[in-house]
Design a protein around this ligand. Sequence first.
Ligand SMILES: [Zn+2]
Ligand SMILES: [Zn+2]
Length: 492
Amino acid sequence: MKTRGQDSTVSDTGQKPAIQVICLGASGGPSEESVTAFLVRSVHSGWARGSLLALDAGSHLAPITRILERDFPTVSDGKRIDGPEPTVLTSGPFSGLELPHASARANALHVLRAYISAYLITHPHLDHISGFAINTAAFHATSKPKTLAALPMTVDAIKQHIFNDVIWPNLTDEDGGVGFVTFQRLKEGGDVMVGDGEGRGYIDVVDGLGIRAFKISHGVSTKVAPTHHHRGSISGFPDIPVINETTQFMARTSQPSPRLSATAMDIPCVVDSTAFFIRDDHTALEVLMFGDLEPDSISLYPRNRIVWEEAARKIALGLLRGIFIECSYEDAQGDAILFGHLCPRHLISELQSLAALVAEARATRAMEKSLRKRKRSVANGPDSAKHTVSVHNRKRSRSLAGRSVAKDIRRSSAPGHAASHVTTSPPLGQTLPAAAGLKVVVMHIKDTMKDGPYVGETILAQLQQHEAQLDESGTALGCEFVVAKSGESYWL
Ligand SMILES: [Zn+2]
Ligand SMILES: [Zn+2]
């Protein structure tokens, strides 16, 4: 067996990588080439068959073919120059994968058929599903159907509007279709019945990777359609995930924004999209990958904060390695013409929300740690001390039982409340920027197709400029920005 090229399995964070994300496409159009598509795998599961998860598939087989052409240097005119034995590439995103065929396109089809078993789709817009739809023509020789995993609103839209025997044949296994594709309808917020500990709620979509889905908002629609979410209530969050304490807290405390003070009938339809937490079963490490989204600050139905609360908790626990998020436009794009997307100033503002929540989550952890330490030391102390502290701890347990201890602390003005411990001892990592070490991979760049620098470069420069300004005022985020590029691989 031949091996070629250089070893590329080096973690981007300097630690042992747990998750590899391959960018197939990072564009939000208008060219159909390289529109949004990623592949995700657990490093621990190796290159086991069926272990690759596709996250959106606006483009798919074409970029896989192009990447293999690039990384298969001894191929000429579609034929490998030397022997017929299987080749294992040791450079590029598919480093370590055994390729049995001579040509890049035959190997690309092999990758699709043998290794990619599930497609996780953020929302049904064409730039996220068109490659998948076209590529279904190659699914016929696979031994089992490919899974399309998504929230029910996305599954329903794809079923009704793509695989309807009008736009495309019904290749699904529902309603008399031929069965190349099967649907996995995910529960929003995760499935409370599966997993335990930090893995609770995560649904396995491929071997070694579990996911949790959160709905996010992606602009407004002028139509009321089944695929679009319409707020059923203006008094809170009617369909937020309920399996974790964070979101329960949000449900209890979130006040409707003044923008939502009209009657429900007056509120236009909000287009739903999805953010996925993807968790490596082996290490419990995660990445967070967003579908298209708009900023909470201008959304009719702001829901990013729910995702940020969960992300902040994971960052405080040291479990979240990276965030993949869109930044479609440069800052010159006005708020009125964002069409449900982000630009650098809004991405920075969203990350500031995350950073504030990370600080809260770290304060909470610091308090919990100090509480455990205190309990341990008191356990060996005199009876009188035990009594005093047990009363104190009971008060504290009540506080901890609430969703957000940090918020309980802020609200409390009672002297002697557990809050005193938090305010007198600095939160963990207080001197570090909140998002220090976090990789933020920016994608869904909408190409201006104009002369001059590529808009992705402008977006990156603007993000770095915002970060430099924050740094000057002592509030740097500390994250590393990268603009995703087709053919690149991220080790997290
Ligand atoms: Zn898009
Ligand atoms: Zn979209």
